[in-house]
Design a protein around this ligand. Structure first.
Ligand code: ARG
Length: 571
């Protein structure tokens, strides 16, 4: 089992209380952290030990009484009573030594756990739709999913990232009709996704006027499902050119997938899937369609096949997860998909549970909110969509301008502007709590002094530069008692909390736990940097502070990588 300083110390506090007769339930409920460090490092709230919790006097008496039976140990050196609380003080020097040595010896593995050793998690993320532009909603799924993969890898899991491409469905019927009527091969080759998108928008505009178009589109989709040559040729072409553009976006973000098996990949498995659901007594005909009735569970039916015989998104998802279990033997399967599909995933999971798959309990939908540009929601159909590559380009251009002002002599300006500009978008997205809507404001997210990606990267670069100036090998053979100021103690405390933050972020599928952590660490570290001279004539102090800086930089770097961001050493 992975052990970390913070945990070692917390467990010592728990043991002290246990030795005085407290049981695990009481411990869990009462143990916490005081609101400010002067009050101690841990606290225990005695109110929770009383049957009648209304009397503060009784709680205070209980605290006094209990405290008498508590004995300091190795790390806990002082125990004090304050009202209903018992406060525990940790020996700073011993604790710092423990934390800094841990980081020093583990370096980039600091924050890793072995909880997932031998286990596999599959993450279905990004999953854009072919022939529609890669919008900001898919960007959210992409960056959240990527970070979740990295967090689970850090917990010791093997992580399989799958891009469940939307490469099948009735939209292909529409596209084929639109292309045959209005499309130009040359234009499509030159700007594929833009062109396909224009065709998609035009189709919907025209279909408003001419209802027969929808009928035609359905017919073409049926031909596609029947494997007819012309339909298949066009589908494959649309798919190839779109995928090429998506890959360009993934390259910019430095994200890779273990599999691009999209919806079409499961076509051959659909008849068997439907048979399975019928045999289980779940699938039933209803007005010509095939459904699973979920009324008993308070949900609308799960649609498997339409009246015209075409299969649906849901059927392909059911086939997909069965295939994935057989292929990867996952211990957990995570879907990073917008909150608008909440009901849909509840339906799918319920169907799988009803079939009797024991792993149906290991399926998790991780929803997220929308991205707002100040103008409300964007819809693919109406055409007021923002193309992602243009967004990236703008981020890089704006960052390059800022760098030009701040540090005109910087080498590799363009490369660093790319790392910072893209990082700003990623951080902005991840630092918003997953379920909240993301506000997209250039000024806010590129502010080098705000709660932003550039700020964290800048702090990382700043401490990298301090270590370059130090010019010597950092080592842990230092006098740690030279790091006993409040500011330094605060940094050590924050550093010690990193492993828990990683675990917490993974448990909650919430990368914002890491962004918040990093901002706190940056703030404390910059305060320290502005107040003390890290490198001075006093060699012993410089050595100790260099070690602290090295630890800060290591944790910042690790945190940035968990978010899928780059770590420029200069900015
Ligand atoms: N392509 C879908 C969409 O854009 C998302 C797919 C999510 N993954 C899944 N297995 N259903 O809405």
């Amino acid at each position: 089992m992975t052990q970390y300083a913070e945990k070692i110390v917390r467990e010592e506090v728990a043991r002290i209380l246990k030795n005085a007769g407290l049981n695990p339930v009481e411990l869990k409920a009462g143990l916490g952290t005081p609101p400010s460090p002067e009050l101690g490092d841990y606290s225990f709230n005695c109110v929770l030990l009383l049957r009648d919790r209304r009397s503060p006097e009784a709680a205070a008496a209980k605290a006094k009484d209990l405290a008498k039976r508590l004995k300091p140990k190795k790390y806990v050196t002082k125990i004090e009573v304050s009202g209903p609380y018992i406060n525990f003080f940790i020996d700073k020097a011993k604790f710092s030594a423990l934390v800094l040595r841990e980081i020093w010896t583990q370096a980039d593995s600091y924050g890793n756990w072995d909880l997932g050793a031998g286990k596999t998690v599959v993450v279905d993320f990004s999953s854009p739709n072919i022939a529609k532009p890669f919008g900001v909603g898919h960007l959210r799924s992409t960056v959240i999913g990527n970070s979740i993969c990295k967090l689970y890898e850090s917990l010791g899991y093997t992580c399989i990232g799958i891009n469940h491409l939307g490469d099948w469905g009735t939209q292909f019927g529409k596209l084929i009709v639109a292309y045959r009527k209005w499309g130009k091969e040359k234009q499509l080759k030159a700007k594929p996704v833009q062109q396909l998108y224009d065709l998609y928008v035009k189709f919907h505009a025209e279909a408003q006027k001419d209802k027969s178009l929808e009928e035609e589109a359905r017919d073409w989709f049926r031909r596609l499902e029947d494997g007819e040559q012309e339909a298949t040729r066009l589908w494959r072409w649309f798919r190839d050119i779109s995928l090429k553009e998506f890959r360009r976006i993934y390259d910019i973000l430095n994200i890779h997938f273990d599999s691009y098996a999209g919806e079409s990949f499961y076509n051959s498995m659909l008849p068997e899937t439907i048979t399975k659901l019928k045999t289980a007594g779940l699938a039933q005909e209803s007005q010509g369609a095939l459904i699973v009735d979920l009324e008993r569970f308070g949900m609308s039916p799960c649609l498997l096949r339409k009246t015209d015989g075409s299969t649906l998104y849901a059927t392909r998802d059911i086939a997909a997860v069965i295939y994935r279990f057989n292929t990867y033997g996952f211990d957990k399967m995570i879907y990073v998909v917008g909150a608008d599909q909440k009901l849909y995933f509840r339906q799918i999971f319920k169907v799988l549970e009803l079939v009797g798959y024991p792993w149906a309990n290991d399926l998790v939908h991780v929803p997220f909110g929308l991205v707002r540009f100040g103008t409300g929601r964007m819809s693919t159909r109406k055409g007021n969509v923002i193309f992602l590559e243009e967004v990236f380009q703008k981020a890089v251009d704006l960052t390059e301008k800022i760098i030009e002002e701040k540090n005109p002599d910087l080498e590799d300006k363009h490369e660093i502007a790319t790392q910072v500009g893209i990082g700003a978008i990623v951080f902005n997205d991840l630092s918003t709590k997953r379920m909240k809507d993301v506000d997209f404001s250039w000024d806010r997210m590129l502010n080098f002094n705000g709660q932003t990606g550039p700020y964290v990267q800048y702090t990382y670069a700043r401490f990298s530069s301090v270590l370059r100036k130090y010019g010597r090998q950092v080592d842990d053979n230092v006098n740690l008692s030279l790091l006993n100021s409040d500011m330094e103690t605060e940094i050590v405390r924050l550093l010690s909390r990193f492993p828990e933050a990683v675990k917490h972020a993974a448990d909650e599928y919430e990368p914002s736990v890491v962004t918040i952590y990093l901002l706190d660490l940056c703030e404390a570290s910059n305060r320290f940097y502005n107040h003390f001279r890290v490198l001075s004539e006093d060699l012993e102090t410089s050595k100790a502070r260099a070690l602290l800086v090295w630890c800060i930089r290591t944790v910042l770097g690790k945190g940035l990588r968990l978010l899928g961001m780059e770590t420029p050493k200069r900015m």
